[in-house]
Design a protein around this ligand. Structure first.
Ligand code: KIV
Ligand code: ZN
Length: 512
């Protein structure tokens, strides 16, 4: 793959477009509340994300409200709403973005034969007319308009070029080439972007790669090598099906291989690890241990040969320093005797900003954690901060106590007490395991009829006093509701995660 010459410094900036709040939220179970989205957006803005896609205004009043709130709260980044190539969608996006400091409308239409014929039930000529009409309409509301060719990578190249031409002529300033179904390969995508950049030198080209074949990051980077100067991605790679290109992977590849890509991003990479954990806590999607850049094992050297090399010279097996993504190797970062100033410094290092009141709460929680846990690692600290900063849905139901006992093999009984709507209910249930009995008792107490879609519990951080993280996904009427909780007691974490998912169902019922 050949490298294209990059002449000026500005041309070397790759703009990071984060779609965690839109495409990321399309992962089943990753639904976030408005307050949670605002908190994620604040993190994204603080770490230097250039464009935040805050939602799809026409999808629901909740999405529209979120775009408005994020648009008003965001200081540096452009805030964007997705819109189909439909006038009412564009109007909804424009309305939601009316008060945003830096608005962008992102409109899209499919360009592949299969989508045009079967999904749009339209023709190529009609698609070209629609691009012209809708991009012009979007420009009548906003100077910054992005246009996407959905399923671009399965489109006929000659038609894709005509579609891009129509969008550029109609005033789109950014042209996004999505690999909607995660089908392309790095070489194929490189060739496609090279050809488009050559024909439309004034447009900024963007990549939007899905991970169905595990190539989202590689394809995005091939697009960058070919001259694309915007990458659409999500924190931890969450998103529709196998997810989107992971922001942290794209950013660290561009940084680590600057010699090859000859470009840079504006992301403060030292904040990647904290922001990854914050999104994991908020969405309830844990980060797999061997995940590149932010996985718990990403910087762990296990084999003797590697450890020997590392002791002699870190460069033997380490291509990036853990510190560059915000992770310090030291086990004990802070302890019981760490003062407020040291704690504040650590937060500043991670670009975590909060009000004095929130800081005081976090500091108290930190001291409480130090009392419970001998070694407080950075992972523990981030988990604790995530919990503190997470703007949870109202606690309609609160689990106040539980007790389980085994009656016979595979026959358990649980007594629980739940505070719900001003009264405390005490309920008893049986199950084939202690958790089964607790979950059944919680269902009885809250009247929950949702089915358990998935349940995961694992330890976070290291040591026997490590915290357990439990993630529960409940399914009701085709919708997924995620609950997550962490505690030094696994059963407690699981029970609280279950109640957390129920609270999301209750919040939806009550419209909050
Ligand atoms: O994957 C895709 O094609 C999209 C578009 C809406 C940009 O998410
Ligand atoms: Zn997508």
């Amino acid at each position: 793959m050949t490298q294209l010459p990059h002449q000026t410094t500005d041309q070397d900036k790759v703009y990071i477009f984060d779609t965690t709040l839109r495409d990321g939220e399309q992962s089943p179970g990753a639904t976030m509340t408005l307050d949670e989205k605002l908190a994620v957006a604040a993190h994204l803005d603080a770490i230097g994300v250039d464009i935040i896609e805050a939602g799809f205004a026409a999808a629901s009043p909740g999405d529209a409200a979120c775009i408005t709130a994020v648009g008003q709260a965001t200081r540096n980044a452009i805030v964007c709403s997705l819109a189909r190539a439909i006038k009412t969608d564009i109007e909804a996006a424009a309305t939601a973005l009316k008060t945003a400091r830096k608005p962008r409308i992102h409109t899209f239409i499919s360009t592949s034969d299969i989508h045009i014929e079967h999904q749009l039930r339209s023709t190529k000529e009609r698609v070209l007319e629609t691009i012209d009409e809708t991009v012009r309409y979007a420009r009548s509301f906003c100077d910054d308009v992005e246009w996407s060719a959905m399923d671009a990578t399965r489109s006929d190249m000659a038609f894709l070029t005509r579609a891009v031409d129509a969008a550029v002529r109609a005033g789109a300033t950014t042209i996004n080439i999505p690999d909607t179904v995660g089908y392309t390969t790095p070489q194929e995508f490189f060739d496609c972007i090279v050809a488009l950049v050559k024909q439309f030198p004034t447009a900024r080209f963007s990549t939007h790669c899905h991970n169905d074949l595990g190539m989202a990051t590689a394809n995005s980077l091939a697009g960058v090598a070919a001259g694309a100067r915007q990458v659409e991605c999500t924190i931890n790679g969450i998103g529709e099906r196998a997810g989107n290109a992971a922001l942290e992977e794209v950013v660290m590849a561009i940084k680590t291989r600057e010699d090859f890509y000859k470009c840079h991003t504006g992301i403060d990479t030292k904040s990647l690890y904290p922001v990854s954990r914050f999104v994991a806590v908020t969405t309830g999607f844990p980060v797999q241990k061997n995940k590149a850049i932010v996985g718990a094992n990403a910087f762990a050297h296990e084999s003797g040969i590697h450890q020997d090399g590392m002791l002699k010279n870190r460069n033997t097996y380490e291509i990036m320093q853990p510190e560059s993504v915000g992770l310090t190797k030291s086990q004990l970062v802070m302890g019981k005797h760490s003062g407020r100033a040291a704690f504040k410094n650590k937060l500043a290092e991670w670009q975590i900003h909060m009000s004095d009141e929130a800081f005081a709460d976090c500091f108290t929680a930190f001291k409480a954690l130090c009392d419970r846990k001998k070694n407080v690692t950075e992972e523990d600290l981030l988990i604790m901060l995530g919990k503190q900063q997470k703007v949870a849905v109202p606690d309609f139901a609160i689990l106040t106590s539980f007790n389980t006992r085994q009656k016979a093999p595979n026959d358990y009984e649980a007594d629980i007490a739940i505070h719900l709507e001003g009264t405390t209910k005490t309920v008893n249930a049986t199950g084939d395991g202690p958790l089964d009995a607790i979950f059944k008792a919680i269902n009885k107490a809250t009247g929950c009829t949702a089915s358990l879609n998935s349940f995961e519990a694992h330890s976070v951080a290291e040591g026997c006093d490590a915290q357990a993280e439990a993630v529960i996904i409940l399914q009701q009427n085709g919708q997924f509701h995620t609950g997550h909780a962490r505690d030094t007691d696994t059963v407690m974490a699981s029970a609280r995660a279950y109640v957390g998912a129920i609270n999301k169902i209750l919040a939806q019922k009550r419209g909050s």
